[in-house]
Design a protein around this ligand. Structure first.
Ligand code: 8X3
Length: 258
């Protein structure tokens, strides 16, 4: 698959791939990395969104569903022989039912995108990251990869998977010039995360953040990712757990009365 649009500013620019770049944390990260001087390949399924983003930030749009091996191979072709940074951001939660009522379909979809998709993109782009001589991988995990909560098992299991894949890869690449890092955000208010989880139910999605003085926003995570990416090549930020001040722990969230 050929790049959808290209606005290369400099052939010597560092290059980054951001998956799930069509909205939320991915979109904010693509913008922020472009501001830091990266040429960003914005990968996502929704072509119109990434084309508009790429045009705005001087990047390249790549239609890519990370769960589709052929699409991932096409992404690797478009990247070419050298890549500086991969941000594995594509992911998501589907549903919030207890294990007793779990949907096999939702659980499979969460494992597909949060674990297998991340693996497929990493596997395909690893040679180019090694070839850069100072590559970096930043996986977007979640506090859901650190704890358990009722109704969350399908998502928490998948995000624990993201964490373990990250740790394993760091061990496997110990003698290679590629940093392997994870950021694990807690409550981040984005346009779509909770809406997707609750299958379009805006009221349920809004209830997640109701009364919380200042949930994190996508730019807060993009800021942290940019910081991780721009540390010197010998500095590996193994993991950052990042929450809003109001979320002292997963279940302990300060909410203002209505
Ligand atoms: C999102 C964090 O609290 O919805 O990855 O599990 S939470």
């Amino acid at each position: 698959m050929a790049p959808m649009s290209e606005n290369t500013t400099s052939t010597s620019a560092r290059t980054a791939v951001v998956t799930g770049a069509s909205s939320g944390i991915g979109e904010a990260t693509a913008r922020r990395l472009a501001a830091e001087g990266y040429h960003v390949l914005c990968a996502a399924r929704r072509v119109e969104r990434i084309e508009a983003l790429a045009a705005e930030i001087g990047g390249t749009a790549m239609a890519c569903d990370v769960t589709d091996e052929a699409a991932v191979a096409a992404l690797a072709d478009a990247v070419g022989p050298r890549l500086d940074l991969l941000v594995n951001n594509a992911g998501g939660a589907y549903g919030s039912t207890p294990v007793a009522q779990a949907s096999s379909e939702e659980w499979r979809a969460m494992y597909e995108v949060n674990v297998i998709g991340l693996m497929q993109v990493t596997r395909a782009l690893l040679p180019a990251l090694v070839a850069s001589g100072a590559g970096a991988i930043i996986n977007v995990g979640s506090t859901a990869g650190r704890i358990a909560y009722e109704g969350g098992a399908g998502y928490t299991a998948a995000k624990h998977g993201t964490q373990v894949v990250t740790e394993t890869l760091r061990l496997e690449l110990f003698d290679q010039p590629v940093r392997v890092m994870e950021i694990a955000p807690g409550m981040v208010r984005t346009e779509e995360f909770s809406l997707v989880r609750f299958d379009g139910d805006q009221e349920k999605a809004d209830a997640v953040y109701r009364g919380v003085p200042d949930p994190l926003v996508a730019d807060d995570i993009a800021d942290a990712i940019a910081w991780m990416a721009t540390r010197p090549a010998h500095v590996n930020i193994d993991e950052i757990v990042i929450r809003p001040k109001a979320q002292a722990a997963q279940h302990k969230v300060y909410r203002l009365p209505e």
